[in-house]
Design a protein around this ligand. Structure first.
Ligand SMILES: *Cc1c(COP(=O)(O)O)cnc(C)c1O
Length: 398
């Protein structure tokens, strides 16, 4: 195979039907940003939208904005838009709180409807918050439950009649390995277990079809591929069939059936509304809506195709250049999310040197260099330059 040149990369960009999306983001040409899976870039539309929400809606209309500017509807409105990205019905997704808090609410609700089962089953290498939230909940419930973790390949066989909930992240945050959502969900349901999927590294970058996979519960993150901004509100999904049954442990006033009656006793709102808990952060919701609108403009199959191509290109360049980096992510793009990771004993120092040269990726302990690809704004030329910088910092380190 010929070593791809910068011209090869430019040619790929020229043919890229998603190329036009890059100018919709405010990005410095001084940096190569391969970290959109930690914090997505800033859509230009968000700047104007926040200016309007702050100066007109908050500044001028004040409290009237809850009604006249539709603030009260935003959690459902933005949720309904996210639903289109993940194959859910609009009334099955609500934007609220953080991913961690939504995990807590849904996990507690799930245990409540599987009272005779004691095990939360997860992946040993799941993102820490998912495991920590399960541990904290078990503590709170008096330690009658148990968190069991298994390596990715052994989850399916570990599901049995004791399993209350299978708690999985679709794309592994470290390696980028992609679970088979359809088959794991079917398998778990056949054993009477619920599955709670964390879509943090999937939403906006992979075609997800919750309805077709028979998924009952999910959560997802607003600030990664949805470009909602730092600490953007997260979302939660409860399939319609479960909505009346599932209770939230965070019985806040906005999840009450009639919040403005200010009754003394809690009664849950029908449907998903009970999961609202307290007053939503409107600035965050408004920013998230801009990111979601942008994601909805793009064809998700094209996004997936480009995401896989960017990853393949990155791996090919690293290997053609003979860089001493060990691939950790699945080589087959069909089994990978939108990131590629390599292992190197001096990974931390290498990433620091790369960042100093303007290449922003992530280091994940103990020795992983992680590069995320956001198809709406990353170009093939960015990949080419990133690998050139990696080559330079590795040579300098020798
Ligand atoms: C990013 C991420 C989160 C984020 O949780 P926060 O509550 O927003 O900090 C949760 N789970 C996974 C798998 C993630 O990758």
């Amino acid at each position: 195979m010929l070593i791809p040149t910068r011209r090869t990369a430019e040619g790929l960009d020229a043919d890229d039907s998603l190329g036009k999306f890059r100018e919709r983001f405010l990005l410095s040409e001084e940096i190569l940003y391969l970290d959109g899976n930690s914090l997505g870039a800033l859509p230009r539309a968000t700047v104007d939208r926040l200016d309007k929400v702050i100066t007109q809606e908050w500044g001028r209309d004040l409290i009237r904005s809850w009604n006249v500017n539709g603030w009260l509807d935003l959690p459902r409105q933005v949720g309904g838009k996210i639903a289109r990205l993940v194959g859910a019905a609009p009334h099955e997704i609500l934007v609220a709180d953080s991913t961690s808090v939504n995990l807590f609410k849904l996990l507690a609700g799930a245990l409540g409807i599987r009272p005779d089962r004691r095990v939360i089953l997860s992946e040993s290498d799941n993102f820490p918050t998912d495991l920590y939230i399960a541990q904290g909940l078990i503590q709170l419930l008096g330690k009658h439950h148990r968190l069991r973790t298994e390596p990715a390949g052994q989850i399916a066989e570990a599901i049995d009649g004791e399993t209350a909930v299978v708690l999985l992240t679709q794309v592994n945050y470290r390696t980028g390995a992609l679970h088979d959502m359809a088959s794991l969900t079917t398998h778990a349901r056949a054993h009477g277990a619920l599955v709670l999927w964390d879509l943090a590294h999937s939403t906006g970058v992979l075609p997800v079809d919750l309805a077709r996979c028979g998924v009952e519960l999910a959560v997802g993150c607003g600030y990664k591929y949805l470009n909602g901004g730092p600490g953007a509100p997260a979302f939660l999904y409860v399939a319609e069939a479960l909505q009346e049954e599932l209770r939230t442990p965070l019985s806040g006033w906005l999840g009450h059936v009639d919040p403005f009656a200010f009754e003394a006793d809690y009664r849950p709102a029908p449907g998903l509304g009970r999961f609202l808990c307290g007053t939503p952060g409107i600035l965050g919701l408004a920013a998230l809506e801009c990111g979601v609108d942008l994601a909805l403009e793009a064809n998700i199959d094209q996004v997936r195709w480009k995401s896989m191509a960017l990853g393949d290109f990155f791996i090919a360049l690293v290997e053609e250049a003979g860089l001493d980096l060990a691939l950790v992510s699945p080589r087959d793009a069909r089994h990978r999310g939108s990131q590629v990771c390599f292992r190197h004993p001096h990974g931390h120092a290498l990433m620091q040197a790369a960042i100093a040269r303007g290449l922003l990726g992530d280091f994940r302990a103990p020795d992983i260099l992680r590069f995320g690809f956001a198809p709406l704004y990353n170009r093939f030329v960015d990949i080419w330059e990133a690998v050139a910088i990696l080559g330079e910092v590795m040579e300098a380190a020798n």
